[in-house]
Write a protein that binds this ligand. Structure first.
Ligand SMILES: Cc1ncc(COP(=O)(O)O)c(C=O)c1O
Length: 385
């Protein structure tokens, strides 16, 4: 049975061939720690890391490569931002749709730094109203943390308007771009975003174990860092260097992973995010339309007027989400993700929480129309339609 992978929202698979080659090549022929030596391979490794940072900065239109901090994954980037920015008794505005990688650090900050959190409820179309954000800002509001796109319904938030509201009020913004980076163009030259957290292993097509955090110039001055240690620079000083990105990067990098990420970013640059967005939108449209035609299937989100990425949640009458996903895999080789997708509030909002969540199909750079047709045929067969 051929494997049809529709869980790109968890991590992208397959990766471009160049990503596999880059990781293997690094491990086999370079193999050294980055920024710690002056021999030939060390220089090659440093160049690779610099290129990766430059490509990420170019993709996001960041001011300069040193605004990009490498992390372990999206969760690590979000932790670095939230823990770094929030001080005792700050007020934070976020949404009910967030992933646990935002909700749990915020809960910790509430328990241990006494922060106050306002959770915004989306409108019926799944989007947050920027006016609601404005109305919740207080003198103590330090941060607005909002996702760019939902990992449950794919709904894209009006982050341009939300971040503009925050900027006007002198409040920092953190955007969780886990489901948008590499899928939608992101222009930090235009968007007033202060912190942007991305996994490297989803839409950016790098290997697992990679991630990045963009920090707008000056924002780092008000941030603490929980990761401290060797940087290969200013080694005589027992304080962490102030300079970016060393300020937030301590210890050895995941150099093989970053070699892969550099290749993933190069692939994106060549294919272009706009072309990919178009291809994924066509696949998603067919997927949603096909699912809606099957009796007994309920699709959540994906309303015509609301922009979305290629993440589609649905349920099949008579089947628990986990049961349906497991039959789809066992009998048809269709690999989907079922459950709450680490976003319990999103499922409460959709009314799917008590039913154990939804089944989720998510497309990626290598999903084909044939994959979508086979997935639809399998759901049809499962429902007996
Ligand atoms: C919306 C959202 N935020 C954050 C994350 C966490 O990313 P990572 O798995 O790289 O830690 C995910 C991943 O599932 C996500 O979908």
């Amino acid at each position: 049975m051929t494997r049809i992978y529709l869980d790109n929202a968890a991590t992208s698979y397959p990766k471009p061939e160049s990503v596999y080659t880059a990781v293997d090549d690094y491990q086999r022929h370079i193999g050294v720690a980055v920024g710690r030596g002056a021999y030939r391979e060390a220089t090659t490794a440093q160049r690779m890391l610099d290129q990766c940072r430059q490509s990420a900065a170019r993709l996001l239109h960041a001011e300069s490569p040193d605004r990009i901090v490498f992390t372990l994954n999206g969760t690590d980037s979000l932790n670095m931002a939230l823990m770094g920015v929030c001080r005792h008794r700050d007020h934070v505005i976020t949404t009910e749709l967030e992933h646990n990688s935002v909700l749990r650090p915020l809960r910790w900050l509430k328990d241990y730094r006494d922060i106050d959190i306002t959770f915004l409820r989306p409108e019926t179309n799944g989007q947050i109203d920027p006016n609601q954000v404005r109305s919740q800002i207080r003198p103590t509001t330090r941060l607005i943390a909002v996702q760019h796109a939902s990992n449950v319904t794919g709904v894209v938030q009006p982050i341009d308007e939300i971040c503009a509201v925050a900027r006007q009020a002198n409040v920092l913004t953190l955007v969780d771009a886990a489901q948008s980076a590499g899928h939608l163009p992101i222009d930090l030259g235009q968007l007033p975003i202060d912190l942007l957290a991305c996994p490297g292993h989803k839409g950016l097509l790098g290997p697992l174990g990679t991630g990045l955090l963009y920090i707008r110039p000056g924002v780092e001055q008000g941030m603490t860092n929980y990761r401290l240690g060797g940087t290969g620079t200013q080694s005589e000083d027992d304080r962490q260097p102030d300079a970016m990105p060393d300020r937030f990067e301590a210890g050895n990098h995941n150099a093989p992973g970053l070699a892969g990420l550099a290749a993933g970013l190069a692939y994106l640059e060549e294919r272009t995010v706009t072309a990919l967005q178009q291809a994924e939108a066509e696949l998603t449209e067919r997927l949603v339309q096909g699912l809606r035609e099957i009796a007994g299937v309920t699709v959540y989100g994906h309303q015509l007027a609301v922009p979305s990425v290629g993440v589609v949640s649905f349920n099949i009458a008579g089947f628990a989400p986990h049961e349906a996903a497991s039959i789809l895999d066992d009998s048809f080789g269709i690999q989907a993700r079922a459950g709450l997708h680490c976003a319990p509030g999103a499922h409460r909002f959709l009314g799917t929480f008590d039913n154990g969540g939804t089944i989720r199909f998510s497309v990626g750079a290598f999903t084909s129309i044939n994959d979508i047709e086979q997935a639809l045929a399998s759901v049809r067969e499962l429902t007996g339609a």
